[in-house]
Design a protein around this ligand. Structure first.
Ligand code: P1T
Length: 388
């Protein structure tokens, strides 16, 4: 359990929470406890650790720090975002139904539709910009509501406060994937959401050098059930991976300020470019849900998507001609990335679902890094000029 000190700020918690100097050596940085097991002095007498799937001091430091940053009591770390998601879904039972915001990471859609439906769970994907769609989708078997906000890749916003209240009223477990927002800009637990999940591969790790996931909650009952499943199912991160994410967290606040500043400049440039049909960035006042984004986020993060006029051939030219934006899946690292959701991150969605959502051949997604703003703007302008 995180010993959160209410008077400490985010930046301070990121560096200190769960990370007291090592009692054995005085090391300022939490050591990488690269061990699978721990000695018992005599039967049943140990220093709190028995086996590293169950618990590891490096992982524990990360889990406490993650909990404090989300304003939560309990954190659990996983070997990937998908492992974190699977463990949360393990809380449900055969016959249960979940409402899901329709625009989610392609791998989340795949996990729900192609893995967990085989275990007797059912999922309804609804356009969560209009909360009436959740009301319409509610069934007597509905036990959970799963949202992403901002969504991947269309940057739709889902009303956290409404979802939390709707879940409470209808006895549902509410879960929010906060990967795009990050706890620096958005804290779903604050609005009453039960469980936050993360791909720590992204902004939290921040350097594109580790794959990881996390789950955070304030509820003791949920923590106990999740901790049981973390150990029983076993999707834990290795100590070195936990350490990399912990190191990444230390600079999260600084990085997010720069990600947002750069993203804003690029979104504004794109919004004025004749080759661009539409820009999705919640920080633009023209975003249809800008007011809601402003209510529940303190900043708008570094993810942008936009539709190019000219479809696939225009996309190909743009993707081929950026120098600083590398063509790659993933997001949230210090370096800028560009990708084509329809054939990359969201290729696992059936074509008709992609079309319905508006993930077309002209859609481009940017993960704006922390390089100099002017260099990034110039790189994109230069690549846009190659389209005609
Ligand atoms: O890749 P992994 O750490 O397993 O996390 C999965 C995941 C979960 N939630 C969201 C919102 C995500 O974006 C992801 C992974 N996304 C990408 C790899 C991507 O490029 O969108």
């Amino acid at each position: 359990m995180s010993q959160q000190k209410p008077n400490l700020h985010f930046e301070t918690l990121a560096i200190h929470e769960g990370q007291a100097p090592d009692p054995a050596t005085g090391a300022v940085i939490v050591p990488i406890y690269q061990t699978s097991t721990y000695v018992q002095e005599e039967l049943g007498k140990h220093k709190g650790y028995e086996y590293s799937r169950t618990g590891n001091p490096t992982r524990k430091a990360l889990e406490e720090c993650l909990a404090s940053l989300e304003g939560g009591k309990f954190g659990l770390a996983f070997g990937s975002g998908m492992a974190a998601e699977s463990t949360v879904i393990n809380l449900f039972s055969q016959g249960d139904h979940l409402l899901v915001s329709d625009d989610v990471y392609g791998g989340t859609f795949r996990l729900f539709q192609r893995v967990f439906t085989r275990y007797g769970l059912t999922f309804s994907f609804v356009d969560a910009r209009d909360t009436k769609n959740f009301e319409k989708g509610l069934k007597k078997e509905t036990k959970g509501i799963w949202i992403e906000t901002p969504t991947n890749p269309l940057l739709k916003i889902v009303d956290l406060e409404w979802v939390a209240q709707f879940a409470k009223k209808n006895n549902l477990l509410s879960i929010c994937d906060n990967t795009f927002g990050t706890p620096f800009f958005q804290q779903p637990l604050h609005w009453g959401i039960d469980v936050v999940v993360h791909s720590t591969t992204k902004y939290l790790g921040g350097h594109s050098d580790v794959v990881g996931g996390a789950v955070i909650t304030n509820r003791t009952d949920l923590f106990e059930a999740l901790k049981f499943h973390q150990n029983a199912v076993g999707g834990v991160p290795g100590p070195f991976d936990a350490w990399l994410v912990l190191r990444g967290l230390k600079t999260l606040a600084l990085r997010m300020v720069q990600h947002e500043k750069n993203a804003k400049a690029i979104a504004e440039m794109l919004a004025h470019d004749s080759r661009v049909e539409r820009v999705n960035y919640p920080g633009l006042s023209s975003h249809p849900q800008h007011a809601l984004a402003k209510k529940q986020m303190s900043g708008f993060s570094g993810m942008i998507s936009f539709d190019l006029k000219g479809g696939l051939s225009a996309s190909r030219l743009l993707l081929k001609n950026t120098q600083l934006f590398s063509l790659a899946e993933s997001l949230g690292g210090v370096e800028s990335l560009i990708e084509h959701p329809a054939s990359m991150t969201h290729a696992s969605l059936p074509p008709e679902v992609r079309q319905q959502l508006g993930i077309g051949d002209g859609l481009i997604r940017l993960s704006v890094g922390i390089e100099h703003e002017a260099d990034l703007v110039a790189d994109l302008k230069n690549a846009l000029d190659k389209i005609r």
